[in-house]
Design a binder for this molecule. Structure first.
Ligand code: FAD
Length: 396
């Protein structure tokens, strides 16, 4: 039962992966938290199941261990031991293996809904978190002491000392507060589905660059892989209309024979791809984190990992955030302390998409040369691997 007139330490808007993880980190440190989402996040029939295979980088694992969800997730996580990058129609393949990762797994593939459920369950076990969902927000106001959040239903407003907005790339909070951001459209759609194959994937994640966009096969339990296939909107529409058999044949044809014929297993979903960047993601007592502050192309499987590093930052600021007089100045430090990582990852993924998603013969040869050179320099390979594992940004 929520007390009338209570003031929360923090209200988190958006209970997706980053919002619920933030709520958990705050609650475990004793903060009184309100978590608000426009959807009902508990397992329910209305919520589409997120079957995306999310690549959770090695560097993200420590936080998941610390908040106590890793022991559950480990049971459903498939390790990535090698990453194999290839370039359609041109020679050049790079393999990043355990030699580059000092014998460690580079990360794990976990389905989106499994991550979401484990975070949400852990949040629900915290006595000092109140969940408000589904709720439609109507206003957000700030004074020198607090943030007030009003609901369209007319129920009593929520008050908190500060607000974390993790409400996704089309952030309501960002728009409502008039915080400026830059967004761009990749004119691509990611088709996401699971395939079965007769041969073992040996825990290899394949990234095969095709002229219209990358095709990634990410290892899952058994002889199954999660596929993220980026296409033009027109081609994606056509692919979605095919029957399972024809669809499976087309994917098999594009991917090649490494795993034998691929058979689609379960539904297909699609995600239009765009990027977004907010250079000054705060205003007064409100801070944007995760996709609401920076959304990137999924080409390198890094969006969640990047958002999780915002949560690492939050964790490092807990003591300051307990001091009411330091809240505003602490939130205002976010861009200075996170920009290098965010701009670097946004630039790198954008560059990869532009370099690989085109038909130019010159670019094709340039790509092959790049892959060949990467293979020839073990030092460079190791550095790139540490970036992909999210280790460089956490402890250099
Ligand atoms: C095809 C694809 C594959 C991907 N693969 C990977 C991968 O392998 N590895 C990786 O690291 N990243 C990956 N990503 C990126 C990753 O999914 C996102 O970066 C991550 O989910 C962002 O989490 P978030 O919590 O910030 O936002 P979201 O997941 O968008 O969550 C936002 C939450 O806010 C709620 N909300 C929205 N509006 C409101 C409102 N007005 N009021 C209240 N609540 C609201 C929503 O209901 C939702 O629960 C992939 C992305 C795509 C599209």
């Amino acid at each position: 039962m929520v007390e009338i007139n209570m003031i929360y330490d923090c209200v988190v808007i958006g209970g997706g992966l980053i919002g619920s993880l933030s709520a958990l980190v705050l609650a475990q440190d004793g903060f009184r938290v309100a978590l608000v989402d426009k959807n009902l996040l508990a397992k329910n029939d209305k919520m589409p199941v997120d079957r995306r295979g999310i690549a959770v980088a090695r560097g993200s694992q420590a936080l998941l261990e610390k908040v106590g969800v890793w022991s559950t997730l480990k049971q459903v996580a498939s390790p990535i031991k090698t990453i194999c990058v290839s370039n359609a129609n041109y020679h050049g393949t790079v393999q990043y293996g355990q030699q580059e990762s000092d014998g460690f797994e580079m990360g794990h593939i976990i389905e989106g809904y499994q991550l979401r459920e484990s975070f949400y369950q852990a949040v629900n076990n915290q006595e000092n978190v109140d969940c408000f969902m589904p709720r439609t927000l109507s206003a957000l106001q700030q004074t020198e002491e607090e943030v007030t959040l009003s609901f369209q239903s007319g129920e009593p407003p929520l008050k908190a000392r500060f607000c974390l907005a993790a409400d996704g790339k089309n952030s309501w909070v960002r728009n409502h507060l008039g915080i400026k951001s830059r967004s761009w459209d990749y004119h691509q759609v990611a088709l996401v589905f699971i395939v079965q194959h007769p041969l073992s994937h040996h825990n290899i994640a394949f990234e095969h660059f095709l002229p219209r966009g990358p095709l990634a096969l990410l290892p899952m339990s058994g002889n199954r892989s999660s596929v993220v296939w980026t296409e033009t909107p027109e081609a994606a529409k056509r692919m979605l209309s095919l029957d399972d058999k024809t669809f499976s044949e087309e994917v098999s044809h594009l991917f090649g024979e490494a795993l034998g014929p691929l058979t689609i297993d379960g539904p297909r979903s699609s995600y239009p791809l765009s990027g977004q960047m907010t250079l000054k993601p705060f205003q007064g007592r409100c801070l944007l984190i995760g996709d609401s502050a920076h959304a990137i192309h999924p080409v390198a499987g890094q969006g969640f990992n990047l958002g999780l590093r915002d949560v690492y930052w939050l964790e490092s600021q807990l003591e300051s955030l307990k001091n009411p007089s330091k809240i505003i100045s602490t939130l205002a430090c976010f861009p200075r302390e996170r920009s290098l990582d965010i701009l670097g990852m946004t630039g790198a993924t954008h560059g990869l998409v532009k370099l690989f998603s085109n038909n130019s013969g010159t670019m094709g040869r340039f790509r092959s040369l790049g892959l060949g050179l990467t293979n020839a320099f073990p030092f460079l390979k190791k550095k790139l691997t540490r970036h992909a594992m999210g280790l460089k940004e956490i402890r250099s």
